[in-house]
Design a protein around this ligand. Sequence first.
Ligand code: SF4
Ligand code: FES
Length: 201
Amino acid sequence: MLSLTIDGKKVEAEAGWTLLDTARQYGIEIPTLCYHEAVEPFGACRLCVVELRQGNASRLVASCVYPAEEGLEVHTASEKVNNVRRWILEMLMSECPASQEIKEMAAQYGVETTRFEINDPEQECILCGLCVRACAQVVGANAISTVGRGAQKEIGSPYLVPGDACVACGTCVTVCPTGAMRARFERVRGVPSVVMARSVK
Ligand code: SF4
Ligand code: FES
């Protein structure tokens, strides 16, 4: 077992655990967006940032991908961490201003508006890729991926044409942290809405 501290509390971690795994074992809350325990972590959103301190030095790492190590001093809610989370949430509010889930999470950090430019007021997706990874790793369907480039990049079926690779299981809708997949699901599968409603319950 590895010994470290999180928020001043002595904790133990098994080799191979991440800092997020370790914190959750001890009931220490760290917010996440692109993480789900059923799929490999990817470190896309950085909301799970924590501070590592060693003497006067400190650095920020993404806890969902950073391994627990012997002797680490981890802080999950320091001023530095909360400042970075507020900044990330403000960025996300400009990227996906239509997401109620992001607004609610931002409000928990006192972020009500964004100073960054909003290009698409209807956008809900943060392109975190969690839905794509869940479709591939949990369902094994590989029915969705990122399509397009640059500002046109989005999540969808190949060439944005509904296809049979999607088994209408609704896993992508369930794992999506922003609510964006709710509106995209029918475009991926092309199924009647009554089937979709049943599959995501
Ligand atoms: S649809 Fe949801 S899960 Fe998929 S990339 Fe967008 S925000 Fe992430
Ligand atoms: S939850 Fe760790 S980077 Fe997104």
